[in-house]
Design a protein. Structure first.
Length: 69
C-alpha cells in the first residue's frame, strides 16, 4: 500500500520527472515499450503491475530501480 502511494505521488507530482525516468527505464530494460510506461490518469497501479510482471520484480524492487535511475 505504501509503495503504491509512493509511486503515485512520484508520478503525479511531476510528469517531467516521470518522462525522464521512463526513458532511462526503457534504455536499461529493452523489453519495456512506450506503451508499457505511458502514464494514464487513474491507471498508475496497472502500469506498475505490468512493469513488475515484465521485469520479474516486486513493487518494492521496481520503485527502487526507478528512484535510482
Amino acid at each position: 500500500m505504501v509503495l503504491s502511494k509512493t509511486m503515485h505521488i512520484m508520478i503525479s507530482k511531476d510528469t517531467g520527472y516521470w518522462n525522464q525516468k521512463k526513458e532511462k527505464l526503457k534504455q536499461k530494460y529493452a523489453v519495456i515499450t512506450d506503451e508499457d510506461v505511458r502514464l494514464i490518469d487513474g491507471k498508475e497501479k496497472e502500469m506498475m503491475e505490468m512493469l513488475c510482471y515484465k521485469l520479474e520484480k516486486s513493487k518494492a524492487e521496481l520503485v527502487s530501480i526507478i528512484v535510482s535511475l
